[in-house]
Design a protein. Structure first.
Length: 449
């Protein structure tokens, strides 16, 4: 049994074996089942919460079980949100909720771990594409008989119907030699986790602004929110930049500009819910995890990186400033010049092992020098620190020089670097940031575009 204390202020304090661990929980819109999945992942011998002295005693990964309120031991509905556990109007922004979670070390007998009907053992490492199909178990004179059957589909939720969304997914360019059985298994993996994937999407999505061409408001994930998602789920690394995640997450014909030269195709794109599900399948195909079948790749991605970590975003004051309307308006008004500058340094044909395919640290410092924007505050060393604070994975500072030409960034990361540069150079408060940001960008573009 585990003891959790769950503040409403987007932080879970997790108690286990006399020790406590902090876990960000975003807005508290995760379902109760998420708590058990995270605990199963992180307290196992391969998890980040398992101390070295206890690795031998534990399985590589636990299997999540039921969740109870503590100390009443009232069983909680796994589909309920953490926020719904708060009774009445909270007296402060921090509310503590204690729960108990059952963890098991062995799978329950019966259906395969990836059965489309869903078993409690869905954190067990994926087996093969066949095991992702749905099975029906019956008893007759021959004993236990297991037969395949059509998968039950999840019902509509929050205005989204699974089959309507699934039919909009197009992975024809990456499915390769996958047969119908493998594609059916991938569909079952998505349907099994439909509610949780939708929870994650709603956490990162924002409504579009109605325009003359598009009057209907739609929930979408912007590129900056996608970068936050990738950072939270540890999808990026020194060998897989967020730029690579962008390139792999859409159909190839959407990558390149199609109109004006500064229109950056995917780099301006947004993900609706079907597009987000497709992006997950494409990212899984990029990662591969040593597996051939796309259904197993996707299942591995979901259960080892997405479900345990998604929505547990670290707090970053600068990224919060980027979401302020006054800052977003400045970046929107200057978007043409910023994207022209970025586009000039974009070369997707580069060999990523030797040269970046986009803006580099070396090129940015050179551009600042050309605009005479380096000074005692904004030095090449501080620019390097800003660069490392922005990219979506950790890099030891000693391994990177100010002349680096390999580390590549996406357009949304470049905009964040600009904002961080202004804050570091001007030392302005939040209210003075928009004006200084506008002046900084105008001078920067005047000398570089």
């Amino acid at each position: 049994m585990l003891l959790f204390a769950c503040p409403l202020a987007m932080l879970l304090q997790v108690w286990y074996d006399g020790e406590s661990y902090n876990l960000q929980c975003g807005t508290g819109m995760q379902r109760v089942a998420w708590i058990a999945r995270v605990a199963a992942q992180r307290f196992g011998a391969a998890g980040i919460w398992c101390s070295p002295g206890k690795e031998v005693q534990r399985p590589k990964e636990f299997i999540p079980g039921r969740v109870f309120l503590y100390p009443s031991e009232q069983e909680l509905d796994p589909e309920a949100t953490i926020l719904s556990l708060v009774e009445g109007e909270p007296e402060s922004e921090e509310v503590v909720i204690s729960v108990l979670v059952e963890l098991r070390s062995k799978p329950a007998p019966g259906l395969p771990s990836l059965a489309a009907h869903g078993s409690e053992d869905n954190v067990v490492p994926p087996k093969s594409s066949k095991s992702a199909l749905n099975y029906k178990m019956e008893f007759d004179e021959r004993g236990r008989v297991v037969t395949m059957m059509p998968a039950p589909l999840p019902g509509p939720r929050q205005g989204y119907d699974f089959m309507e969304c699934y039919e909009k997914i197009n992975i024809s360019d990456i499915k390769g030699d996958s047969d119908n059985k493998i594609l059916t298994a991938m569909k079952h993996v998505l349907s099994n986790n439909f509610n949780t994937i939708l929870d994650i999407f709603l956490h990162y999505a924002t409504p579009t602004q109605p325009t003359e061409e598009e009057e209907e408001v739609e929930l979408v994930i912007t590129m900056s929110s996608m970068a936050l998602f990738a950072r939270t789920c540890h999808l990026t690394s020194d060998s897989c930049s967020f730029l690579q995640i962008q390139l792999s997450s859409v159909q190839p014909d959407l990558i390149y500009p199609v109109e004006e030269e500064w229109n950056l195709g995917i780099f301006d794109a947004r993900y609706n819910f079907p597009g987000f599900m497709e992006a997950l399948a494409r990212i899984a195909h990029l990662k591969k995890f040593g597996m051939f079948a796309i259904c197993d790749q996707l299942n591995k991605l979901l259960h080892t990186q997405i479900l345990p970590y998604a929505t547990g975003d670290d707090v970053d004051s600068t990224r919060e400033l980027l979401q302020r309307p006054s800052v977003k308006n400045i970046l929107f008004n200057q978007r043409s010049g910023i994207r022209k500058f970025y586009h000039k340094r974009l070369n997707l044909e580069n060999d990523v092992s030797t040269n970046a395919r986009s803006m580099t640290l070396y090129a940015y410092i050179a551009a600042l020098r050309a605009a005479d924007q380096l000074d005692e505050e904004l030095t090449p060393q501080s620019v390097k620190e800003i660069w490392l604070a922005t990219i979506s994975y950790e890099v030891p500072p000693d391994l990177i020089s100010e002349d680096d030409k390999k580390m590549e960034i996406a357009l949304c990361e470049f905009e964040e670097i600009i904002v961080r540069s202004v804050l570091h150079k001007s030392k302005v408060n939040e209210d003075g940031l928009p004006q200084q940001l506008d002046l900084f960008i105008k001078r920067f573009l005047r000398y570089n575009v």
